[in-house]
Design a protein around this ligand. Structure first.
Ligand SMILES: NC(=O)c1ccc[n+]([C@@H]2O[C@H](COP(=O)([O-])OP(=O)(O)OC[C@H]3O[C@@H](n4cnc5c(N)ncnc54)[C@H](O)[C@@H]3O)[C@@H](O)[C@H]2O)c1
Length: 320
């Protein structure tokens, strides 16, 4: 990577006060690690429902506040900020189908509360949205202008969050960017990749896929997501815009399972099975068209799934 780029791509944030909701979670903590690498005033606001304070407490320049985005009074009483990355959310699709009201509260009302803080502070805001707003799109790879067609309560509550962002942008003139993530992976991630590794560590002879295995996903590395989030805050290009952030390729879950098994040299040993039943709200395919982010943010995802899987295997000392 170009060293000048590494040094310069964040200088526009020098001296800025930054507020990260959900900063103790998977993506948020990677973002904070990047932001805190040079001297910035960084507040992490997280209720620790799924995040961990250990993910951020070792970072320099980080002020951690245990707080809930549903606590509007506490949120608004935090020190004035220049920039908000809003990542706090209920992120589990099946949970959203079992608990639609809790999901709505966190993702819709919670986002509205964060927008109120942004309005009070006149802060710029970047909102973490999701592929789930598209549901099962008829057009693949899917572009930002496809429109909303959520297939889960999670997708719907994120649509509401996006719509409020749009309203606050139009009516109050707030500077807002919406980032729709595909399937993000990397260290501390939750989801199918770790599930496969954990199962194979327990029993290398058997790998059960939850679902049909025919679902397919666009996996993008968390470092690439962090880079795009930071690039989106540079200048005014991304203001009022929505971007897809994925790798721009899709892989069936059964093929992901086979790839992991191959990389572990287990092809002769491991039998794959599927539960054959999906969960409520599960979508068939996620595959993003990422041309807009490439062109306008000058961003290209660099990290490949296969390279990361190899790294994870060596970190976990598997396949030996
Ligand atoms: N991980 C992915 O593949 C993915 C894909 C699409 C979108 N996203 C979005 O990215 C964001 C971050 O996701 P993640 O994967 O890091 O999830 P995560 O669960 O690791 O992080 C979410 C964080 O929000 C915090 N939180 C939850 N409810 C809160 C509340 N009411 N008040 C304050 N904090 C609260 C949690 O404690 C956690 O630290 C979310 O908005 C999610 O919808 C993630």
């Amino acid at each position: 990577m170009n060293i000048g780029f590494v040094v310069n791509f964040m200088t526009h944030l020098d001296g800025k006060k930054i507020f990260v909701t959900g900063g103790a979670g998977f993506i948020g903590s990677h973002l904070c690690a990047k932001l805190s690498s040079s001297s910035r005033k960084l507040t992490v606001y997280d209720n620790l429902s799924s995040g961990k304070v250990e993910n951020v407490k070792h970072l320099p320049n980080v002020h951690f506040v245990k707080g809930d985005i549903l606590d509007l009074k506490k949120l608004r009483s935090q020190e004035k900020t220049d920039l908000i990355f809003h990542l706090a959310a209920q992120v589990v699709v099946p949970y959203s189908m079992e608990n639609p009201i809790i999901d709505f509260e966190t993702n819709a009302r919670g986002t509205l509360n964060v927008l109120e803080k942004a309005r009070k502070d006149d802060a710029r805001l970047v909102f973490a949205s999701t592929a789930a707003v598209y549901g099962n799109p008829a057009k693949l790879p899917t572009s930002e202008d496809y429109g909303f067609n959520p297939f889960s309560c999670y997708g719907l509550s994120k649509v509401v969050g996006e719509e409020y962002c749009d309203m606050y942008s139009k009516q109050y003139g707030l500077d807002i960017t919406i980032m729709r993530f595909a399937n993000v992976y990397g260290s501390r991630c939750h989801g199918v990749i770790n599930d496969f590794f954990d199962k194979l560590m327990r029993n290398p002879e058997q790998l059960e896929i939850i679902g049909t295995g025919l679902q397919s996903r666009d996996f993008v590395h968390v470092s690439d997501i962090v880079e795009a989030l930071i690039l989106s805050t540079k200048g005014r290009t991304a203001i009022g815009k929505t971007y897809n952030l994925g790798y721009g390729e899709t892989i069936q879950i059964i093929d992901l399972a086979k790839l992991i098994i191959k990389l572990l040299n287990l092809s002769r040993k491991t039998a794959i099975s599927t539960t054959n039943t999906s969960w409520h709200g599960d979508v068939k395919t996620i595959w993003f068209n990422i041309n807009k982010a490439k062109k306008e943010l000058n961003w290209t995802p660099k990290i490949t799934l296969e390279d990361t899987l190899k790294e994870m295997i060596s970190e976990r000392r598997l396949g030996k």
